[in-house]
Design a protein around this ligand. Structure first.
Ligand SMILES: [Zn+2]
Ligand SMILES: [Zn+2]
Length: 298
């Protein structure tokens, strides 16, 4: 029934967006991290003995899909993402600064009807470094901002498991395309993950179960570097506007691509903007009007 388990920690595979994998802690106090995997499995768990604690690794719709099946559970999330769960408009705000009204409506429909978004207040905030006991199982909260400001990973020292959530180690590389995402924080958080000795990494998407080898984190970090190098290469050839850079499709490819209702060129643009900000700060790029210009190192 479970795709991976060790002791009382059980990993439930989820499908494609807007699903993700879940982590179920089948202890004295039953806890579920990211209820967005398999509806049937989650309902069976709940029927057997109710889940008392529902945790979200961060505030994205593909992690809250089945939260509504656990209305009685205590709800825990990091403070920096808590507002996203309180009002659907706050979640929509994550994805753009000036979203038109019709677009907002389309998003609200999708989030409410397809992702079962129900406003929810958190009963407790997750804090970096705190250790929570569910009975026998202990978990240490690892605040890993970047993907979102309140993104957390979960470290099980006895089982030597690190659940890295949306720092998901997939070959395509990390996402930092929300308004409040941070490229620098993503890099710092990934480096932080490497300081937790573990045998297994569990992640929210993709294959989900990895041997606890830092090579996977390094490969994921290298994706960020490759994106930066590709951007520099593109600017070295000629000055470019943000539209040119977005159309180039360094991350998601030059063809129009969608993930659910998501136009990935929006993510491409936001992520490239974050790379440009970094390169400008670093002195490798300067902006003149709408154009970004490569500045060779002296
Ligand atoms: Zn996410
Ligand atoms: Zn996700």
């Amino acid at each position: 029934m479970h795709d991976f388990e060790k002791g009382m920690i059980k990993f439930i595979h989820g499908g494609r967006y807007p699903h993700c994998h879940s982590l179920f802690i089948d202890d004295e106090r039953r806890a579920l991290i990211d209820a967005a995997s398999n509806e049937e499995t989650l309902l069976a768990i709940q029927k057997e003995r109710p889940v008392q604690i529902l945790i979200n690794s961060h505030g994205h719709e593909d992690h809250l899909l089945y939260n509504h099946l656990f209305p009685e559970a205590e709800f825990w999330v990091h403070e920096a993402d808590a507002h996203v769960f309180r009002d659907v408009q706050n979640l929509i705000d994550c994805y753009g600064e000036e979203i038109e009204e019709t677009e907002r409506q389309r998003w609200a429909d999708f989030l409410i009807n397809s992702c079962h978004y129900v406003p929810r207040r958190s009963d407790r905030f997750l804090r970096h470094g705190e250790v929570i006991e569910f009975g026998e199982v202990r978990v240490e909260i690892v605040h890993t901002p970047g993907h979102t400001p309140g993104h957390c990973a979960f470290y099980f020292p006895e089982e030597r498991i690190l659940f890295t959530a949306d720092l998901d180690l997939v070959k395509a590389g990390p996402y930092y395309g929300d308004v409040a995402s941070s490229l620098e924080d993503t890099v710092e958080s990934l480096n932080r993950l490497k300081s937790y000795p573990c045998d297994i990494y569990l992640t929210s998407h993709g294959r989900g179960v990895y041997e606890g080898d830092q090579i996977y984190v390094d490969r994921y970090l290298a994706c960020i570097r490759h994106r930066e190098e590709a951007l520099i290469e593109f600017l070295r050839a000629a000055p470019r506007t943000l539209d040119d850079i977005t159309d180039r499709g360094i991350i998601y490819g030059p063809k129009k691509a969608f993930l659910g209702p998501w136009d990935l060129s929006v993510s491409e643009r936001f992520m490239m903007e974050k790379h440009l900000d970094f390169l400008i700060k670093d002195g490798l790029v300067r902006q003149e009007g709408k154009r970004f210009i490569y500045v060779p190192r002296r």
